[in-house]
Design a protein around this ligand. Structure first.
Ligand SMILES: Cc1cc2nc3c(=O)[nH]c(=O)nc-3n(C[C@H](O)[C@H](O)[C@H](O)COP(=O)(O)OP(=O)(O)OC[C@H]3O[C@@H](n4cnc5c(N)ncnc54)[C@H](O)[C@@H]3O)c2cc1C
Length: 298
């Protein structure tokens, strides 16, 4: 049985207190949120922090609130709170859908949105949905604060632009234009407790319900070192009248946009086939939602 190594642990009650601790620890400390990723990695010995700074009691990181017509989500909001939030379900159903795909009820009750982002797994469930929604993340250090687009946050497996001593405090989702719809589909071997073999998030915006596509976003997960845009598929959709033929063309272009590997969860060829299938399916659902939702949410 793998045992946790020894470490010190603090539960600061405010963000300035947490940031001061992290700054003093100079890279020897790590933030812990739900611990569903970090504690597993500490048991495996792949990370060995001497000190853990918990965000559990830090005020102000657990709210889901309206912001400029969109939403702000505190980094310590759990995945199950996102999946069950009326506000998220009605404004950003794609995010609620991706949250309900993560892990199992037990994991979702502990896992946080901030942890799912900062852990930077290539197959993490929330980042593809958040990227198509145009999310930005707020990062705070002891003496600085910055807001960066999630698109561009990830550098590679386990690696992102977040610096030592910084805490991800909130995720900001801008309001969606009218006639926008989206979808997220995750393919795994089992219905629960499964890391994605392939996952796809797509979003379409039309100029009017029976009009042309004015914005197209397709993000592929688990087929490259980070979640990536299917750039040529997105380009081919822009300005076009939606149809099954157009979506089939976009799906086959998306296959060329990714670079999957073969591992124990699936072969590269299988993953390419699934990208083709899931891109088509997500685009069809996105189109149907875009036509229905006159208020315009994704
Ligand atoms: C059995 C099991 C099944 C799983 N299934 C899935 C799945 O289906 N899909 C999926 O995407 N993931 C899955 N995971 C992985 C994990 O549950 C998620 O990535 C989860 O969202 C991590 O959040 P956390 O709050 O537990 O992060 P933690 O483990 O606490 O932290 C993860 C990393 O992020 C850092 N961190 C956390 N919060 C912040 C913050 N606010 N600011 C700065 N740094 C921060 C920590 O220092 C650490 O490096 C699974 C894990 C397990 C154990």
């Amino acid at each position: 049985m793998l045992l946790l190594p020894k470490f010190d642990y603090e539960e600061p009650k405010s963000l300035p207190e947490a940031l001061a601790m992290l700054s003093e620890l100079k890279g020897n400390g790590k933030v812990i949120a739900g611990g569903t990723d970090l504690l597993v990695n500490m048991k495996k010995g792949t990370v060995k922090p001497a000190f853990l700074v918990s965000l559990k009691k830090v005020e102000g990181l657990r709210e889901i609130a309206g912001k400029n017509g969109g939403l702000s989500v505190g980094s310590h909001v759990t995945v199950s709170e996102i999946a069950g939030s009326d506000r998220v379900i009605s404004s950003f159903p794609v995010l609620a859908r991706s949250a309900s795909c993560l892990g199992s009820p037990l994991i979702r009750n502990r896992a946080t949105i901030g942890g799912n982002i900062v852990t930077a797994r290539p197959a993490a469930d929330l980042p593809p949905a958040l990227i198509i929604l145009g999310a930005e993340v707020e990062l705070k250090g002891k003496d600085k604060a910055r807001t960066v687009p999630l698109d561009g946050f990830f550098r590679g497996p386990g690696s992102s632009v977040i610096e030592n001593g910084e805490v991800l405090t909130q995720i900001i989702l801008p309001s969606a234009p009218p006639f926008t719809g989206g979808d997220y589909i995750k393919l795994g071997h089992r219905a629960a407790l499964e890391i994605a073999i392939v996952a796809v998030a797509s979003r379409l915006t039309l100029d009017k319900p029976d009009g042309v596509i004015v914005d197209a976003r397709i993000v592929l997960s688990a087929v490259a070192p980070t979640a990536i845009h299917a750039v040529s598929a997105e380009k081919t959709l822009m300005g076009q009248r939606p149809s099954e033929e157009l979506f089939a063309k976009a799906a086959s272009l998306a296959v060329g946009d990714c670079s999957p590997i073969t591992d124990i969860r699936g072969g590269a060829e299988y993953r390419r086939d699934m990208v083709n299938t899931l891109v088509k399916r997500t685009l069809l659902k996105a189109l149907s939602d875009a036509r229905d939702m006159k208020g315009g949410n994704a």
